[in-house]
Ligand binder design. Structure first.
Ligand SMILES: Nc1ncnc2c1ncn2[C@@H]1O[C@H](COP(=O)(O)OP(=O)(O)O)[C@@H](O)[C@H]1O
Ligand SMILES: [Mg+2]
Length: 326
């Protein structure tokens, strides 16, 4: 089944993800699929949380931290800037403290704590996660394509239950931390009860958001997750392992796409031994892929003569993947 057949057969799968190791073509497939679906008349958002701004590279537009940017009719791309998000968080926390205690200025001790917390890796993860939740629950687009960072992260996002646990831990820790400021708090005459209430409300709000988004991203009916692989031994082995992990975490897997296949026709031409050897090597691995993943492979894509950047190259790739763009 081609990718085109896949989307035609499963029109309710509106959350798409391409996973796999770095450099195999996740961003390329994400952008290509987004392009093709947009050409079919769907409103599509392709987004990433990758600080390396690779959607900016592929679309040749600086979109980092700018929200959803229109690339062409129906096609929008967004790159989340986690740092910006963390700054917004800090401001939100400051404002909450000011409002809660009726202050005009955040006490220095608390400000120091806010600064220290922002430097923690968990804060960045949370900021990113929160941004993803915002995007997927927005419901503005027909298709959402989540251009993933390499595999470890993908698993992290997809096993939302553990993320949720982390959140709870973090908030519990925050509460304990707040307790430490009881002296400050006593001066501010806060009402203990109303604080508990607010924290509980916040927890319930977060829980509900996480349930909604994890519900979407792990819903077999609405999500399609594809692995990108290339005809190389280590990658094939890694992909098998990863697929096993996905099964273990109960993350639905929709199939595989194979990238960077050296065109077979070259074998008929007068080519250097170097290339002939690579062709021979790939032949073996392609057979292995065929035997291992067989009818779950939805696309075989050649290695192009240059990088896939800019809409004309994306269109060429879409023609190969989807057999024509109109
Ligand atoms: N089939 C292909 N032919 C030529 N270049 C490709 C092909 N697929 C990907 N590339 C290039 O390989 C690089 C890595 O691809 P990318 O999609 O960014 O990988 P990932 O997102 O998995 O890290 C990019 O420069 C991209 O343009
Ligand atoms: Mg990428």
């Amino acid at each position: 089944m081609s990718l085109r057949d896949f989307f035609e057969k499963y029109p309710e799968r509106r959350y798409l993800m391409f996973g796999g190791k770095g450099g195999l073509g996740k961003t390329t497939f994400s952008a290509t699929t987004a392009y093709w679906l947009a050409k079919q008349g769907y409103k599509v958002l392709v987004f990433s949380v990758d600080p390396q701004a690779s959607l900016s590279d592929i679309f040749k537009r600086d979109i980092f931290g700018k929200g959803a940017v229109e690339i062409m009719p129906n096609l929008y791309a967004q790159e989340v800037d986690a740092d910006q998000r963390i700054k917004a968080y800090q401001q939100e926390i400051r404002q909450k403290i000011l409002d809660m205690y009726g202050l005009d200025e955040v006490p220095e001790e608390i400000e120091n704590y806010i600064q220290a917390a922002a430097a923690e890796p968990a804060m960045e993860e949370s900021a990113i996660f929160d941004a993803v939740v915002d995007i997927v629950v927005s419901g503005e687009y027909d298709y959402y394509i989540y251009d993933l960072v390499p595999l470890g992260h993908a698993l992290y996002y997809l096993s939302m239950a553990s993320v949720y646990d982390e959140w709870i831990d973090k908030i519990t820790a925050l509460r304990a931390e707040m307790e430490e400021y009881s002296k400050v708090a006593a001066v501010m005459q806060r009402s203990k009860e109303s604080e508990e209430d607010k924290i509980l409300k916040e927890l319930q709000y977060i829980k509900q958001r996480i349930n909604t988004s994890s519900g979407i991203l792990t819903d077999k009916q609405r999500t399609a997750f594809f692995f990108v692989l290339i005809p190389e031994e280590m990658i094939i082995l890694d992909t098998q392992k990863a697929a096993g992990l996905f099964a273990k975490y109960n993350v639905p897997l929709s199939g595989y796409v194979v990238n960077r296949v050296i065109p077979r026709e070259l074998a008929q031409q007068n080519i250097p031994d170097y290339l002939r050897n690579r062709l021979e090597m790939q032949k073996g691995y392609l057979e292995k892929i065929e035997n291992t993943f067989g009818n779950e492979v939805h696309a075989w894509v050649p290695e192009f003569e240059r990088d896939i950047t800019g809409l004309p190259m994306i269109e060429r790739m879409a023609e190969v993947v989807f057999g024509g763009v109109s």
